[in-house]
Design a protein around this ligand. Structure first.
Ligand code: URA
Length: 232
């Protein structure tokens, strides 16, 4: 990996501020290629650095899947309630570039949520151009009707306040009030608005898949790291 200033690496990866780096080095907490680092302006390859006896964390960046529990918001604003960022390791909140969610789930929604600090990857996975498939399991407040399947697939469903209809979506009715919906776009509150447009309230919303990613055995609140170079 490209060598960078040690104080910059420590601060970008969330260990300490650039001004604190000198004290960390003085205390012998940082080694480079097995030798104690001497000066914060020395350049080093982050993959060869040891801090407090451990290799530096995620020098190539972070991509992770979280099982989002209900009651957490995909926002940095704590006024809206507990945030999904509180579910991440403390040090991740100090990283620069910062970690953000790849798309959002509503506060009451659960399921697959990706987070990353790779801006390009976040852009690629949220851009409508890339048509990333998302699968939602939905429970509604009254019996579903087969006509919804053809309406959602038609590419003609126009949501309130929008001038372009939703792109075709695949609705599979599972039981009287439960369905699976596959979307390739991600408009604001899209699932709830598609159903409410037809007179249904969504009582439960769970995303079971985002692109190729599923929860596997993750419990609510748990996360799994994914290789950051997965899509490069
Ligand atoms: N659609 C919604 O209405 N809410 C979500 O959280 C995700 C998709």
């Amino acid at each position: 990996m490209q060598a960078r200033r040690i104080d910059q690496i420590l601060s970008n990866l969330g260990y300490c501020s650039r001004s604190e780096a000198r004290a960390w080095l003085k205390a012998g907490r940082v080694m480079v290629s097995g030798v104690p680092a001497q000066s914060p302006d020395e350049k080093a390859d982050p993959t060869l650095m040891i801090v407090d006896g451990e290799p530096v964390e995620h020098p190539h960046g972070i991509l992770a899947v979280i099982h989002k529990p209900a009651g957490f918001v995909c926002s940095h604003d704590r006024n809206e309630g507990p945030t999904i960022y509180e579910l991440l390791p403390e040090r991740w909140s100090q990283r620069n570039p910062s970690i953000t969610t790849i798309g959002r789930l509503d506060k009451d929604a659960t399921g697959v949520l990706l987070v990353s600090d790779d801006g390009e990857l976040v852009h690629r996975w949220t851009s409508p151009k890339h048509k990333v498939s998302k699968i939602y399991e939905v429970t509604v407040n009254q019996d579903l009707q087969p006509r919804l399947t053809s309406l959602f697939a038609s590419g003609e469903l126009l949501l309130d306040g929008e001038d372009k209809p939703c792109v075709p979506a695949k609705l599979e009715i599972i039981s009287a009030r439960e369905a699976r919906l596959e979307l390739t776009e991600g408009r604001y509150h899209q699932v709830k608005r598609m159903f409410s447009n037809q007179g249904f309230d969504v009582l439960r919303l769970h995303r079971s898949r985002f692109g190729d990613f599923e929860l596997g055995d993750l419990l609510p609140g748990q996360l799994r790291l994914l290789p950051i170079n997965l899509f490069q």
